[in-house]
Design a protein around this ligand. Sequence first.
Ligand SMILES: NC(=O)c1ccc[n+]([C@@H]2O[C@H](COP(=O)([O-])OP(=O)(O)OC[C@H]3O[C@@H](n4cnc5c(N)ncnc54)[C@H](O)[C@@H]3O)[C@@H](O)[C@H]2O)c1
Length: 373
Amino acid sequence: MKSSERDLQNKIAQKEAKICVLGLGYVGLPLALRFAEVGYKVSGLEVDEQKVEQIKNGVSYIPDVSFMVHPARIHATTDPSILSDADVAIICVPTPLSKTRDPDLSQVLEAAKSVAQRFHPGELVVLESTTFPGTTRELLLPLLEESGLKCGRDFFLAYSPERLDPGNQSFNLVNTPKVVAGLTPSCLQLAQSLYGRIVARVVPVSSTDTAEMVKLLENIFRSVNVALVNEFAIMCHRLGLDVWEVIEAAATKPYGFMPFYPGPGLGGHCIPVDPHYLSWKLKLHAYKARFIELADEINREMPRFVVERVADALNRDGRSVKDSKILVLGVTYKRDTEDIRESPALDIMKLLYEKGGKLSYHDPYIPKLSFND
Ligand SMILES: NC(=O)c1ccc[n+]([C@@H]2O[C@H](COP(=O)([O-])OP(=O)(O)OC[C@H]3O[C@@H](n4cnc5c(N)ncnc54)[C@H](O)[C@@H]3O)[C@@H](O)[C@H]2O)c1
């Protein structure tokens, strides 16, 4: 074992490793708090000053995180110089789509540049953001090696996807197995050792490309199955059948079937977005990811289907959407979260509004909503 690896192993084992989490959002904040909870010295680099202030004041902006039940504190700051002192830097920044629905890795690259500018021997860098296979190896590695340091010898690089499910009362960071991969065997060893301190089970895989693909399979599995059941809802409607009865009965099969339920579409920062990372990557390899694109098409059409059903229901009563008072119950993308990113409820509201509906909504998590959201 090289001395830099041994030093960091020791620091991790003795909880002396200083950890800096970049991006204190849904993924980064609980992660930072968990490391602090088990005894590490943790800092958080966040570009949003408001979030930094809220953390300093002990106020949580994420429903699943209550500072009252997390006595451990983290040092949050907007000052990137905090990275000079870090033994481990974990990148948890957003990976959205561009206007043309291509991957937008600008925030990951910005965060990686912040790390690179204060890079020092012996450091472990982990990317947690969801992205296409090859990101860690093809983009982060060269950026960090510009320093002249060599990966696996002078510094270590790993990828570990986050599996957070906001609002889930049963599974959390600690009891959800964590997939980990390293660029080299030393990188993997260190990342395994690090995450082994905070989660019950670490699942090592052979390469960072594989780990990136694992996360995409998990999310695309959901997107495709949701699309399938959404299309079943449309087909059942045409056939005059009750889709819920069909699903409940099918779910009594004790093997080979997993129930998914229809809804108004897909929301959140992950499931509607991440599959495009893979289809984009495959385009570079002259391959069309047909399942991904079809699932996206079906899921995207669901708000329109819901609006048609509303219009039909009003029509049966001799009324039109125009000038009808319509109350939308729940606008976040799923229950028990205040996240409205990509929420199909917003698309439904826009469509009804365009048809002249007089809209109001109720959602205990969203006191105010602007149509620009
Ligand atoms: N939210 C989820 O349920 C979930 C689950 C699994 C994986 N992910 C993935 O994790 C990543 C982060 O998602 P999230 O939901 O936590 O996003 P988020 O928007 O809640 O948080 C990201 C934070 O990073 C900050 N940030 C952006 N650029 C920065 C920089 N250069 N330096 C420091 N901070 C910076 C932002 O201000 C923001 O507060 C994404 O790739 C997402 O796909 C999210």
